[in-house]
Design a protein around this ligand. Structure first.
Ligand code: ZN
Length: 136
């Protein structure tokens, strides 16, 4: 893989480790994420489900919100590790893309991997250019 950023492999490793901590007793669809910020921090996130199903929170948003809570600057990479969805690599959902756009902007790199290590990457500009975003 010709990475868009040299930090992508480590971000995926952190996301893979976070996936092991997923709390997914209802779906069994374990997901782990990690955010790399411009301060050099790597911040994990993991899926957290609830018996009240609508309260589940995606791994990616847990990581993005944690980056804000920790004051670790601007997210530059968002990594996600999960099983495939309908045979395709699983990318962040629309809600997570919207949050990533707010905090990281269009240049943020989204990198995903399945559980076999097959990867893909994209700039948020490719995935979310037409979502509402704050003025630049
Ligand atoms: Zn999501």
């Amino acid at each position: 893989m010709d990475w868009l950023d040299d930090r992508c492999p480590d971000a995926l490793t952190a996301a893979r480790e976070a996936r092991e901590r997923a709390y997914a007793p209802y779906s069994g669809f374990r997901m782990g994420a990690a955010v790399v910020t411009n301060t050099g921090a790597t911040i994990p996130g993991t899926l957290v489900e609830n018996v009240s199903l609508g309260l589940a929170m995606c791994a990616e948003r847990v990581a993005l919100f944690s980056a804000v809570a920790r004051g670790e600057g601007q997210p530059q990479i968002l990594a996600l590790v999960a099983k495939r969805t309908n045979k395709q690599l699983t990318f962040p959902c629309g809600a997570c893309l919207q949050v990533a756009l707010e905090l990281g902007g269009l240049d943020l790199i989204v990198v995903v991997s399945d559980t076999d290590g097959d990867c893909a990457q994209a700039r948020l500009a490719e995935l979310a250019a037409r979502l509402p975003h704050k003025p630049r």
